[in-house]
Design a protein around this ligand. Structure first.
Ligand code: A2P
Length: 300
């Protein structure tokens, strides 16, 4: 398998999306501006943010600087953002999305996702995304954290098929049924927190595999994502880790090792429903996170 940092997957509307990008969850504006600049300097061509992260302005600033510093054009970068839970609904999504573009210092995004499936609202939010797509302000649209039932709902009632479902995905949380459903319907699975937010990195079994290839556990996990066709967006605020997380192209995991890691699945979703607290964003975005309830409907 011949991958490079420029490797792309082709989404179901023909748009090409880099398979590796930088994620910026839990980074403030200044940190996001810095991480985005490091990432682009070191060859990343995709950035993933969300209004809920409270750092779109930092991403916009970092992106604008990085384009100038590296002689790149806006179209050289694949930019993803997401609709904030509190903005969901048709009119509200349309109204607030323009503010997101302004913060991101761009007049379009490459991929726009519904961040979470706010029940009762996401069907109208999806209609707004379809309009944004038709107006050319998003080159592709998709969802995040949607289980099979909700994906089926969007497929049935929407007029455009989601291009991507961005899910929590790491060796201990593989969402096998959702991945199979996505494969069947030509929806690309994208992994959020591919390193399990760092928690998977101490796994001794993965360390053993990493030692064999003379790579880090992070690199083994990210390479494992790529070899399965999964889009992956590791986050880091450290330049050397940003570099390390893109140094994935001088080794290949054997089929046995890919299968071995598949065997580690524990269906273990993260702390999201377990009391994660926002780090104090004055805009109040954090309220939506804290008031998010796990109704149990999320289960497969
Ligand atoms: P930091 O940002 O301080 O570098 P995920 O992408 O799964 O959410 O994981 C992100 C977490 O993993 C962050 O805590 C990040 O810390 C850490 N991390 C990212 N890349 C590496 C790496 N190559 N080695 C060790 N830790 C990493």
């Amino acid at each position: 398998m011949n991958f490079s940092i420029d490797s792309t997957v082709t989404l179901n509307n023909g748009v090409k999306m880099p398979q590796l990008g930088l994620g910026v969850w839990k980074i403030n504006n200044a940190g996001a501006a810095q991480s985005v600049q490091w990432a682009i300097k070191h060859g990343y061509r995709a950035i993933d943010t969300a209004k809920q992260y409270g750092n779109e302005a930092g991403v916009g600033e970092g992106l604008t600087k990085a384009l100038a510093d590296n002689g790149l054009k806006r179209e050289d970068i694949f930019l993803t953002t997401k609709i904030f839970n509190g903005d969901q609904g048709y009119e509200s999504t349309l109204k607030n999305f323009d503010g997101q573009l302004k913060n991101l210092q761009t007049d379009y995004v490459d991929l726009l996702l519904i961040h979470w499936p706010v029940d009762g609202k996401y069907p109208d939010t999806w209609k707004a995304l379809e309009k944004i797509y038709q107006e050319g302000k998003a080159r592709a649209i998709g969802v995040s954290n949607f289980n099979i039932t909700r994906l089926q709902d969007v497929l049935k009632n929407g007029s455009i098929k989601p291009a991507v479902d961005q899910m929590e995905f790491n060796p201990l949380c593989q969402e096998v049924d959702i991945k199979n459903f996505c494969d069947e319907h030509n929806i690309h699975l994208e992994a959020w927190s591919p390193l399990g937010g760092g928690t998977v990195l101490g796994d001794e079994r993965l360390q053993k595999i990493a030692d064999k290839y003379n790579k880090s556990v992070a690199q083994v996990i990210l390479r494992w994502d790529l070899q399965q066709g999964i889009i992956t967006i590791p986050k880091s605020v450290h330049e050397e880790r940003i570099v390390q997380n893109a140094d994935l192209f001088d080794f290949e995991l054997s089929d046995e090792d890919v299968a071995e890691i598949k065997g580690y699945d524990e269906d273990k979703r993260s702390l999201w429903y377990g009391g994660f607290k926002w780090h104090g964003n004055p805009t109040g975005f954090g309220d939506a996170v804290q008031s998010w309830e796990d109704t149990g409907e999320y289960a497969k």
